[in-house]
Design a protein. Structure first.
Ligand code: NAP
Ligand code: L37
Length: 287
């Protein structure tokens, strides 16, 4: 393996430590601990795992996690009522509604109901628009974590060619905005993109956020490139057990790349650490 391994767990541990110190400073000033409301509707197994990781990480950082679990059958109006109450609650700094929501709900309407000042996921259209305009606001945790890993790995981004594969509002679009705001030359690829491999071969920075196991092959990677694998795909092995794989064929890509994130242990832990950082920022009221 030629590439440097980007250790997301170690980066995340350092970031969580700085968050813990900021929480202690808030407490030392006589204020209550920062509080994050985590709303989970239904019982999606992956969402259950992520929400559990997030509430555990909050506790370790000294942040109060207020979990609200609602049954799958909850009417959308009841969820909107809860969001309105959390917006008005002075004991709540941040609100996270874990996606995906059940099919009978309009996720866009629910997210639009969140107070932008408490929108620690950065999904509210006001925060999305701020990011797209290069203004300060809350930035979605996954692409923010990716940016931190890229900057810590290669330093200056300005002038580099970046390819983001995927254009979701959660990952691809905000990732492209973050890189553009750092003056990279950014290409966004999606399911209708032609010659994806050729585009990838030009990229100094390649971010894969597709949800297709090992789609990005070793011969797509520009030698020395920084490769960030956002994909979380569960693959069942012949013996019936399962393991996580990313959107990048790791072993092949690591032969060519300059640096690469593993799955698991790459982007995932940074997502959670950035959520804590956004929450303490919401509590500090300094956007
Ligand atoms: P998503 O909403 O399904 O978006 C996937 C994107 O990939 C879409 O823009 C789609 O294009 C594009 N795409 C699909 N097939 C493609 C192809 N063959 N070639 C090029 N582009 C293609 O997914 P997401 O929410 O962004 O998540 C992406 C992956 O990241 C998933 O594996 C998810 O589990 C993972 N994830 C990880 C974290 C973390 O913290 N590690 C956080 C969030 C998500 P169209 O727009 O044209 O359909
Ligand atoms: N903020 N994030 C926010 N809001 C949402 O609505 N869906 C969603 C969201 N996505 C999310 O939380 N993703 C996510 C993905 C992976 C991890 C954490 C969060 C993670 O911890 N991944 C571990 C492996 C976990 C496992 O074993 O399944 C990793 O090392 O990658």
């Amino acid at each position: 393996m030629a590439a440097r391994l980007i250790d997301g767990r170690a980066h995340a541990a350092r970031l969580r430590e700085t968050v813990r110190a900021r929480v202690e400073a808030i407490r030392a000033a006589g204020q209550r601990a920062p509080a994050l409301a985590v709303v989970l509707v239904g019982a999606e197994p992956a969402s259950e795992v992520y929400v559990r990781s997030k509430t555990r990480a909050c506790a370790e950082a000294g942040i109060t996690a207020l979990e609200h679990r609602l049954p799958e059958s909850t009417p959308e109006a009841d969820l909107l009522d809860l969001v309105v109450r959390l917006n008005a609650d002075p004991g709540v700094d941040g609100i996270l509604v874990q996606l995906p929501l059940p099919p009978h709900m309009d996720a866009g309407a629910v997210i639009a109901a969140i107070d932008p000042a408490k929108d620690v996921d950065g999904f509210h259209p006001e925060n999305a628009g701020r990011l797209a305009s290069g203004l300060a606001g809350f930035v979605p945790c996954t692409p923010l974590g990716c940016l931190r890993l890229i900057e810590d790995t290669i330093g200056r981004i300005a002038g580099l060619d970046a390819l983001v594969i995927g254009r979701s509002t959660i990952v691809g679009r905000p990732m492209a905005s973050l890189l553009l705001n750092r003056s990279a030359t950014v290409t966004i690829a999606h399911s209708q993109t032609r010659n994806l491999a050729a585009l990838a071969r030009r990229a100094d920075i390649l971010v894969a956020a597709v949800g297709r196991p090992e789609m990005v092959r070793g011969d797509w990677i520009r030698p020395g490139a920084c490769v960030i694998d956002v994909g979380i795909n569960r693959r069942t092995l012949p013996d019936g057990r399962s393991r996580l794989v990313g959107d990048v064929a790791f072993a092949e890509a690591a032969e060519v790349a300059g640096a690469i994130t593993p799955v698991p242990g790459g982007v995932g832990p940074m997502t959670i650490a950035c959520l804590l950082e956004n929450t303490v920022r919401a509590a500090e009221r300094t956007p």
